[in-house]
Design a protein around this ligand. Sequence first.
Ligand code: HEC
Ligand code: HEC
Length: 296
Amino acid sequence: MSTFWSIWISVIVLGTVFGCVWLLWATRKSQTTDTETDRTMGHSFDGIEEYDNPLPKWWFYLFMATCVFALGYLALYPGLGNFKGLLGWTSQNQWEQEVQQAEARYGELYAQYGSTPVEELAKIEDALKMGQRLFANNCAVCHGSAARGAIGFPNLTDDAWLYGGTPQDILHTLNNGRQGNMPAKGTMPGMTNEQVDQVVNYVLSFSGRARDEAAAEAGKQVFAQACVACHGADAKGNQAVGAPNLTDDAWLYGSTYDWIRETVLHGRQNQMPAQSERLSQDQIQILAAYVYSLSN
Ligand code: HEC
Ligand code: HEC
């Protein structure tokens, strides 16, 4: 703030406080007696008149006390332009102090949990409670507060994993994030609409839901050409590229004919954001244990 505005603000603030004191004092002095009188102000509105009585003493002293308090406050805390106050308080250093206190309280526990292997950590109830809170704050927006996921956001409580459910896999997912990329029409960009229909029927046949058995049979060929590179010859998926198992009943997107057709026609792009920049390693370890505990 420039010196001009600093002085401007100080003058207005102090002027107001001293103005109040002066006003109180001046009007008090003009009164000759402290006792109540019958004197009125001399005007009347609809027969209502106003007494010209002095302020009650308690009221006067209370008002004076607030002015004294204001001056004390302005001396201790910032309020007069650039003057920082005698205590040197800032919202920044109060926040830092609170963070330090919290770190002193939780830091030791965090460090202890952070160096415990995920499998063991997943058996410690207090660590899981901490993990649940971290999950609610950092992950629930996408995965849901019960971690059951939604369309496009994987369910973390089942045994179906895009990228693997071992502690190392989960830690890798959390630290580095994941990028799921299914190209439109797989590795066969020139796929005809008929072939799309065939391969969709073939995918549906894994769970006995093919609409058209003949098309499903023909879809086997298309699948071999366009899909096995990622989803595997048995369609059980490949965690190295995050290609889901298409034979189980866990679906990232919808499992109906229309949903699967949409996936094949237009592909899918999906991202799990990396957490290593946002969260500490100890927090990630605790979260990994929480996620691990959901399905183990
Ligand atoms: C912005 C949304 C978003 C947030 C926030 C988010 N995730 Fe994810 N997460 C995803 C998406 C989307 C995927 C699937 C990525 C894919 O399909 O390739 C995913 C995948 C995962 C996986 C892999 C699941 C599997 O089947 O292999 C795990 C584990 C995971 N997230 C845990 C977490 C945890 C723990 C947090 C909190 C620190 C978190 N996620 C925060 C969107 C999010
Ligand atoms: C380059 C690798 C790749 C190829 C080729 C590929 N996919 Fe995928 N597919 C993926 C990935 C990765 C995902 C997960 C996308 C995500 O994380 O959102 C996926 C998702 C899907 C899904 C959604 C599964 C669910 O749980 O909702 C279906 C269905 C699917 N693929 C079918 C196919 C079919 C049919 C073909 C062949 C025409 C094919 N894919 C070719 C990588 C591939």
